[in-house]
Ligand binder design. Structure first.
Ligand SMILES: Cc1ncc(COP(=O)(O)O)c(C=O)c1O
Length: 458
């Protein structure tokens, strides 16, 4: 039986726009995928949004030509790093050119290097693994909890060896990993923790912001992130020595002229470095964007709460069961499709909602350990810097299984969530689309059967 909310679909869809009243009720009810009228595009706002003041500052920087952000002695870099440090309860902050470089330098600052093992998640964006590879270290993957998509502390423990130097959890989609269990584990085994907070600016675990738990943490501030600039990142650490060692590896020697640079590192100051600096433009944008981050995270949370409440009668979407200790900041809105209950594959559902105008995707379509560039045994492509290390470690990613991450990959649905302002009408449209597709599930089952018969005949 259709639920009350599903019976309301015609009304909701018809109210989506004035012109829709003219459409025939049948065309509106029929799925766009099957030739009916789409509900209408769910537009993401222009993103990132920069204030007038931020734009003015960028123009001023360009007019004066003071674009180089060599060190904290440059006012914009100092301002950004000090503001970020306050945001992170006084931790040391190094602004970098990207999230990847922030993570790699967090590892460098912790002295993670050739042959060291770093345990991380197979279900992520590749940079949470490539930062390990670029330090000549060995990524070791621990499966996730299939409900949350976050690395599972129990499975981390099973992967710890005497070569393990660090754990690198990823706060995926803006949901904080279980930092209580991860920090306890790391302490017990005497290993470091580097949080990948690239998707989780503003998220908290037990009321404490992510990035404030580990020995270091890296953030991406590329234009799509909650703290979005154009391309930038930063890392934080409670340990000044970690900060200085990272400076030595990645920034111009100007950092060695900052107050407090340790004398024992001075003989090693040179330009054999990665150039992972920010420009003054990025630094100014970091400082300006940070001012509005709490407000924007709050709006993201309210919008997710609203759309979830509108979808409380959804039959085929299930929300991940996250710990109540975590407060997410919603880089993406993530859910699972209950394909067995629906009787169709997740991708068929996806096609139908996309045709109605909703830009949902399956964000992770393959697990990192399955990628060809990690399979040194069979690899035929251009040379990589990490194959020799992987060969020396005799690690074989082809033999490993990650059933929870695989399950999530096959059933997860995600939506980029850039709704940083109240967006009640848009959330309503999202719900209208989902309910319309769910109300047409029989037609979708037939469609899927036809499609698979056709492809079998080919
Ligand atoms: C989980 C995660 N880690 C690291 C990164 C790398 O950030 P960047 O693209 O700024 O290098 C990203 C970027 O999307 C990410 O999503």
């Amino acid at each position: 039986m259709p639920t009350g909310a599903q019976l309301d679909i015609g009304v909701n869809v018809a109210s989506a726009s004035v012109t829709s009243r003219k459409r025939s009720a049948a065309a509106i009810r029929q799925l766009a995928l099957l030739g009916g009228e789409p509900v209408g595009t769910v537009n993401q706002p222009t993103y990132p949004y920069f204030t007038k003041r931020a734009l003015r500052r960028v123009t001023e920087i360009l007019e004066t030509g003071r674009v180089l952000g060599f060190s904290r002695d440059v006012p914009e870099v100092r301002e950004a790093e000090e503001a970020l440090s306050r945001h992170h309860g006084g931790r040391h902050v190094l602004a970098t050119g990207s999230g990847h470089s922030a993570l790699q330098m967090a590892l460098a600052g912790l002295d993670v290097a050739a042959g060291d093992e770093v345990i991380t998640t197979p279900y992520s964006w590749g940079a949470s693994t490539s930062c390990i590879l670029h330090q000549n270290a060995i990524p070791v993957f621990a499966d996730v909890n299939s409900q949350t998509g976050l690395i599972d502390p129990k499975r981390i423990e099973a992967r710890i060896t005497r070569r393990t130097r660090a754990i690198l959890p990823v706060h995926m989609y803006g949901h904080p990993a279980d930092m209580t269990a991860i920090m306890r584990l790391a302490k017990r085994h005497g290993i470091a923790v580097v949080e990948d907070c690239s998707q989780a600016h503003g998220a908290t675990w037990k009321g404490v912001g992510v990035g404030n738990f580990g020995d270091a943490a890296g953030f991406s501030c590329m234009g799509g992130k909650q703290l979005g600039t154009t391309e930038a990142g930063y890392f934080v650490t409670p340990d000044k020595d970690v900060y200085w060692r990272a400076c030595l590896d990645c920034q111009h020697s100007a950092r060695s002229m900052e107050e407090g640079f340790p004398d024992d590192l001075r003989p090693y100051v040179d330009s054999l470095i990665y150039t992972y600096r920010v420009t003054t433009i990025e630094a100014a944008l970091l400082a300006e964007q940070l001012k509005k981050l709490p407000r924007e995270i709050d709006a993201r949370r309210r919008n997710v709460a609203m759309v979830r409440s509108l979808l409380k009668d959804s039959q085929f979407l299930a929300w991940p069961r996250h710990s109540t200790h975590g407060d997410a900041s919603y880089y993406m809105w993530s859910m699972r499709f209950r394909s067995r209950a629906a009787g169709i594959h997740r991708d068929t559902f996806l096609k139908a909602v996309q045709a109605e105008g909703l830009g949902m995707t399956a964000y992770v379509t393959s697990l990192i350990p399955t990628w060809a560039r990690l399979h040194w045994q069979t690899y035929k492509g251009p040379r990589t810097v990490w194959h020799d290390n992987l060969r020396r470690a005799q690690i074989d990613y082809r033999k490993q299984n990650y059933p929870q991450a695989t399950d999530l990959m096959n059933h997860g649905l995600q939506m980029m969530f850039r709704f940083y302002k109240p967006a009640a009408r848009v959330m309503q449209r999202v719900a209208d689309i989902i309910y319309k597709v769910e109300a047409n599930i029989d037609a979708l089952r037939r469609y899927e059967r036809q499609e698979s018969n056709q492809s079998r005949r080919k």
